[in-house]
Every structure is written in C-alpha cells, then in structure tokens.
Design a protein around this ligand. Structure first.
Ligand SMILES: [Zn+2]
Length: 377
C-alpha cells in the first residue's frame, strides 16, 4: 500500500515537472525579455552609455489605427485626424485595401483623399490584410475577419501582394503590415519576409493563456522588436486599446517604459471617432507626452531599431582623448542619440567620435554634464 502511494506521488511529481518545463519552454520568449533586456549589440561599457531611442527618451510609444477602408464614414476619419493634429502626434494607419472583397479603395474616393491628408500630416499608411475576411473561416468557431488564420503561406503571399498592389497604385506603397483580427502565424511571418516588408505588427500570439499553453510557441519577443526565426523582417508586438481598457494599457505601458520597451497601442475606425473615445484618447496621449517616451510611427521605429540593434561601438583612450568608434552597418541613420560619458576620475577631458568607415564625425571637450547628442550616419 505504502509503495503504491509513493509511486503515485512520484508519478504526479514527474508530471508536474514536465508541465512546468513545457510551460517554461512555451513562454520562454516572455521571460527572456525580462532576463536579457533589449536585444541590441551595445548599450554601455566602462567608458560610455548610449541611448536606446532618440534624445532623452527611454522607451517608444506608437499610436496605431486599424480598419480604415472603403466603407469607413469619411467624417470619422476627419475627426480622428483633427484630434491627432491638435495633439501634435503622428502614428500608423493600417488600411484594408479591399474590404470583404467587394469594397475596393479606388482613386477619387473621399477616403483616399483623406489618406493623402493623413500622410501630409506625417502619419504612415500601412497595410491591413487584403479583405479582412476569409470564407474558409465559416463554421470553424473563429471570426470571419481573421483573414490569415487557415491560409497556407502561398495563399497569404497572394493576398498580401494583391493588397499591396492596390495601396501602391493609390500612391501608398506599404512598408508594414498588420494581420486582420491578429490572425498572423508563423506562415505570415515567412510570407511577409519573402515579400520584403519592413515590419509586421501583431498581437502577442499564443501561448499567452492557460488555454493556449499547449500550443507551440513562436520564436519571438514581446517587449522589444524582434526577428521571427532570425528573419530580416522585424516584428513589433501591439497592445490593446487605451480608450477601451485603460487600466490594462497603463499597466503594460509602465512596465514596458521602465524596461525601455516598445509600446504600440491599438485603436479602430470608426469607433475611435466618437466624442467620448476621442476624449479618452486625448487624455491618454497627453499622459504619454508627459513621459520620456518617443512617440513615433511604426516605420520610424523600425528603421531606428534596425540601425540601433546592429550598431557596433568601440572605445579607446589615446592620451587625454576618448576615441569612440560608432559603426552603423544599416542603411538608416541614428540622429540625435544621447551619448553619456562615464566618470573616468582623471583629467581626461576630450572626446573624438569616428564613424565605422574611419571618417571623423565630431571632436570636442567632454562637457560637465557628461552628455552629448550625436548624429550617426
Ligand atoms: Zn482589423
């Protein structure tokens, strides 16, 4: 009897260990972020520290909007546009090229004219699937709008290409994509990468809840942009709508901000354009503007991150001069990045900054603030 109980205990313990191991493996990408910090080549050494974002910002925040399409009431777009203009904030609009496969955006449509105005205001126009609909979802207990869910990689490539062509012909070649109803999966990443998109912007995919911990995890990060499966494509995880779930959004923002993450938040047209929603949005953005967070577009963030993650930094003292070599192998510049000199405790007072190709960028005396702003080509 005793040995039977012992066997049961051992068996249960072994099962628990296996379960924990599986959950740990599947949620690795979440806790990895907290353990390793931002996945960039250089943050600091004994001589200097380098900002992760432009200026004094310690995190990045991105306003995003989904679902602008050929059936969106134009006055709702205009109301949102005016609100963002008053706030002085630019963001990214994910536009549906051919809503439900029967409402194609065409030249001359008042919404296309408004997209031009949005771009003139500095907003980014990006792509949101093709139709935001897939007939194959019928009867499978999922949203009909979850366009990519059951499509093969080849089918996703076709839809992405078709949607991209529609937007491109309207004068808005998209560089980024977000899946309708966040229906993206590993096949989507491969399709986007194959088509040369700069970035994808999806929600945190499974496993995130108890019900989904048994699904295999994707190779990705949540708090920082990442390259799925080592691809060129950058993925930037998005968060929920602050005008709907303010408490949750605030919690996530504070956590990401304190760890120098990228916080992309979500809104939808036409819902966001009700006066109450715009008021809530205004309050939230005004809060963000009071924090040291870089409010930018997805495209700006992507280019910045691709440059920042690969930046190589070397420092060397030559007499009283600290020589800092900054090597940016990406095609994108890093303008207005903060360089902080650590206290060397000696009389060494000069600095020289050299770019990777050996060209001299800047020389000067280390200021009493120990901090300068640099443009890295
Ligand atoms: Zn959508």
């Amino acid at each position: 009897m005793k040995s039977r109980i012992r066997k049961i205990i051992w068996f249960t313990a072994a099962l628990l260990v296996l379960l924990f191991a599986w959950v740990g493996f599947n949620t690795y990408y979440i806790w990895r972020d907290y353990m390793t910090g931002p996945p960039v080549n250089f943050i600091e050494n004994n001589d200097i520290a380098l900002g992760l974002y432009p200026g004094d910002n310690i995190s990045a925040s991105i306003f995003t909007n989904d679902d602008l399409c050929a059936v969106t009431p134009p006055d709702t777009i205009e109301a949102l546009r005016n609100c963002l203009k008053d706030l002085g904030v630019r963001g990214t609009f994910f536009v549906i090229p051919d809503h439900l496969g029967k409402n194609l955006l065409r030249p001359g449509d008042p919404r296309v004219e408004l997209m031009k105005k949005l771009r003139a205001d500095g907003h980014e126009i990006a792509q949101h699937g093709l139709a935001h609909y897939c007939v194959r979802n019928e009867g499978r207990g999922v949203k009909m709008g979850a366009e990519m869910l059951f499509l093969s990689r080849e089918e996703q490539v076709e839809r992405l290409e078709e949607g991209r062509e529609i937007l491109t012909n309207l004068g808005f070649p998209p560089r980024g994509h977000r899946c309708p109803c966040f229906s993206g999966n590993a096949r989507t990443f491969k399709a986007l990468d194959q088509l040369g998109y700069l970035y994808g912007s999806d929600l945190d995919l499974p496993p995130t809840t108890f019900g989904t911990i048994f699904m295999p995890s994707l190779n990705r990060r949540l708090m920082y942009p990442y390259h799925p499966f080592g691809m060129k494509l950058l993925e930037i995880t998005s968060q929920t709508d602050p005008t709907v779930r303010l408490e949750k959004v605030m919690m996530v923002f504070k956590r990401y901000h304190s760890r120098s993450g990228v916080f992309a938040f979500l809104t939808h047209l036409p819902q966001i354009s009700s006066p109450e929603s715009l008021n809530r949005l205004t309050d939230f953005i005004n809060y963000l503007k009071g924090e040291d967070t870089w409010i930018c577009t997805m495209e700006e963030l992507s280019e910045w991150w691709l440059a920042r993650e690969g930046l190589e930094v070397r420092t060397e003292w030559k007499g009283d001069t600290l020589v800092v070599t900054l090597d940016n192998p990406s095609p994108y510049p890093l303008n207005n990045i903060a360089l902080t000199f650590k206290d060397s405790g000696s009389a060494r007072q000069k600095y020289q900054i050299i770019d990777g190709s050996g060209g001299k960028v800047e020389v000067g005396d280390i200021p009493s603030t120990h901090r300068i702003m640099v443009d890295i080509p």
